[in-house]
Design a protein around this ligand. Structure first.
Ligand code: GGG
Length: 356
């Protein structure tokens, strides 16, 4: 949006908790942002609707008003989680998928970072999955003489691969190791994944780049073996990956697998980023098994708020959130059950707030 970071008096943040535990963890992220005081412009929150429950009440999963308010009034947003049914429901499609497309949030940036036992030590796990966010599979079902037939068409374009590739190179450049792995399955999907792989590889040769990415080491890895290599079986395999750039579906699967390395999906944040807007979103889903029990882990949402603020240039505020979360994890006495703790969402939030 038009105002520069330093000129903003207020920060308008759209809040879309959506479904399930999204409604429990997004309020926690809101409270953490509010605790930052003058380290960020005064936050002004706008509550917005989307999700399966919104669909069941109104017939629309992503109300146009939500899109319009985000686009025209908000500086950024936080999205919770959505519970799409796994069977086709006429008239319903995933609101988060639609929102990413509507706002052209083409990069889903998912850092997977462990907390070192002591301040100043290197974390054992430190990688970022950079997931293309706007294209991949489209499904149709038809009825033939022999019964139903379901098809998925996979769309990979040079444009989308180029811009996610460039985002990944930019992120790699900012990392100490400057290591980029292109994830694909070109041995089977040589046309679609082949285009992704070749296009990302060519990013350093684009007009205007002029050697900017010369320091970045480019590797590639088939998606199946990438999942295998995520789990270090001996020391030399440790820290194989730094930035992993992947088409949409592979990126989604890889980041959930990587979350196992840090102990819980409840710790992994993300931002959906475009050239003009950023939306934080925990990587976890709506977790229907624990909804309403008060035990959802709020840390992924608080870290997503930190990522969102960092993306907007509010580094001090973002650092304070991340440091507080790190302290709570390191101390290990106030954790939700996904991390083998006995504490509630509120206990963990309060522990974070005390450390901000
Ligand atoms: N915050 C991530 C999230 O909600 N994940 C669940 C998910 O991917 N759902 C897909 C959908 O329901 O549209």
């Amino acid at each position: 949006r038009s105002l520069s970071t330093s000129a903003r008096q207020t920060l308008k943040i759209g809040l879309i908790p959506a479904d399930g535990i999204g409604r429990e963890v997004i309020p926690a992220a809101k409270a953490a942002i509010e605790a930052l005081g003058s380290d960020i412009p005064k936050p002004q929150f706008i509550d917005l609707l989307a999700g399966w429950e919104t669909f069941t009440k109104t017939g629309v999963a992503l109300p146009q008003e939500t899109v319009d308010v985000l686009r025209n009034e908000c500086d950024c947003a936080l999205f919770g989680s959505v519970s799409s049914p796994s069977k086709k429901v006429t008239g319903y499609s995933s609101p988060i998928v639609a929102l990413r497309k509507e706002l052209d949030l083409y990069a889903n940036i998912r850092p997977v970072l462990s907390v070192a036992p002591e301040v100043g030590q290197q974390p054992v796990v430190d990688l970022i999955v950079v997931r293309e966010n706007t294209e991949c599979l489209q499904e149709v079902q038809t009825t033939t003489d022999t019964g139903k037939e379901a098809r998925a068409t996979r769309v990979i374009t040079e444009r989308a691969s180029r811009r996610i590739g460039q985002m990944a190179f930019e992120l790699a450049l900012a990392r100490p190791r400057k290591h980029l792995t292109i994830i694909h399955k070109s041995n089977v999907l040589s046309i679609t994944d082949g285009l992704f792989r070749e296009t990302v590889r060519k990013v350093p040769t684009l007009p205007g780049i002029d050697g900017k990415y010369d320091g970045v080491t480019i590797m590639e890895q088939l998606v199946d073996s990438a999942v295998y290599r995520l789990f270090p079986h001996h020391v030399s395999e440790n820290r194989v990956f730094d930035i992993m750039v992947a088409p949409n579906l592979y990126g989604d699967i890889l980041s959930d697998a990587a979350a196992a390395l840090v102990g819980s999906l409840g710790l992994v944040p993300s931002v959906n980023a475009g050239d003009n807007f950023v939306m934080g979103e925990p990587v976890h889903g709506s977790a229907p098994d624990i909804v309403g029990k008060g035990i959802a882990n709020p840390l992924a949402s608080i870290r997503s708020a930190a990522l969102m603020l960092r993306h907007l240039g509010y580094t001090v505020g973002a650092d304070r959130l991340d440091t507080a979360v790190d302290q709570v994890i390191r101390e290990g006495t106030t954790l939700t059950p996904d991390l083998q703790g006995k504490s509630s969402t509120t206990d963990v939030l309060e522990a974070v707030l005390r450390r901000i």
